[in-house]
Write a protein that binds this ligand. Structure first.
Ligand SMILES: Nc1nc2c(c(=O)[nH]1)N[C@H]1C(S)=C(S)[C@@H](COP(=O)(O)O)O[C@H]1N2
Ligand SMILES: [Mo]
Length: 252
């Protein structure tokens, strides 16, 4: 996109959403074009809607930033996670042979995938940065199957508006819209740098979403649900994050 069109879009998009026409008109436009995030109704609502709407108008199709191999971090930092559940320990002891990814909801063919199934689908490798909202980041190569491939296998239905993803970690789930779910950079990651994705980094399967902050890249993903109604999940804000003051949409 050339800078002029981009600038026009920024001012046009921002004006359409927040400008002189006022919030009521902005609300009508955002609703019409599906630009209101699930947490757009709360105290921080107008701000979240503005961020999300502008990003969606501008960056729906842009790639994530990629880096040369020489910039891969020598010592990537794995953030602390909750202790593994008994079920996780059992699966790990079995080399994750009994591990499954379940895909259901608004799909024509609810399916479960073993790691071997996932690895038999088309794969991609990307050298991207993961950035935590607390200020640190690292660069690594992530290898996996685009989420879009798995959704196509399961026959995702056209009425799907969000993909909800659950971690094996208790009460840990999140969701993304279809633009992010179908984006080629959104990877169900099984590999990192030179080997299988290590457990501290979310192995055996992590959803890597390099166009959003690190907290959207959930570790230990075992269940994916497509839905047309995000309000049915949890307190209706699209993830547990908004309950703790983190935006549902964390685009970078
Ligand atoms: N299951 C699970 N996934 C998670 C987290 C977590 O606590 N549990 N932390 C998130 C946060 S806040 C960040 S910044 C990244 C950190 O990724 P890293 O451990 O690879 O550095 O993982 C995200 N994914
Ligand atoms: Mo984080």
């Amino acid at each position: 996109m050339n800078p002029v069109t981009r600038r026009k879009l920024i001012s046009g998009g921002a004006a359409a959403v927040a400008g002189a026409a006022g919030l009521a008109a902005a609300d009508r436009i955002a609703t019409r074009y599906g630009l209101i995030p699930p947490d757009g109704g709360g105290i921080y609502g107008p701000g979240e809607t503005l961020t999300y709407a502008c990003q969606r108008l501008l960056t729906r199709r842009t790639p994530a930033r990629e880096f040369p191999r020489s910039m891969i971090s020598k010592k990537p930092f794995a953030n602390a996670v909750a202790p593994p559940t008994e079920e996780f320990k059992r699966l790990q002891a079995g080399g994750f042979r009994d591990w499954r990814l379940q895909v259901d909801g608004a799909v024509a063919r609810p399916t479960s995938f073993s790691l071997a199934d996932l690895k038999s689908l088309p794969t991609r490798s990307q050298i991207t940065e993961i950035a935590c909202e607390e200020g640190w980041s690292y660069i690594a190569e992530w290898i996996g199957t685009p989420l879009s491939e798995v959704l196509r296998e399961a026959g995702v239905l056209p009425q799907s508006r969000y993909i909800v993803y659950y971690s094996m970690e208790k009460d840990t789930w999140d969701s993304i819209d279809m633009a992010d779910a179908m984006h080629p950079y959104t990877l169900l990651t099984t590999g990192m740098n030179d080997g299988d994705l290590p457990v501290p980094f979310g192995g055996p399967l992590r959803l890597r979403l390099p166009r959003q902050l690190g907290y959207k890249s959930l570790k230990y993903v075992t269940h994916i649900t497509a839905t047309d109604n995000i309000k049915k999940f949890g307190s209706g804000l699209g993830s547990v994050d908004p309950d703790y003051g983190y935006a549902w949409y964390a685009g970078i």
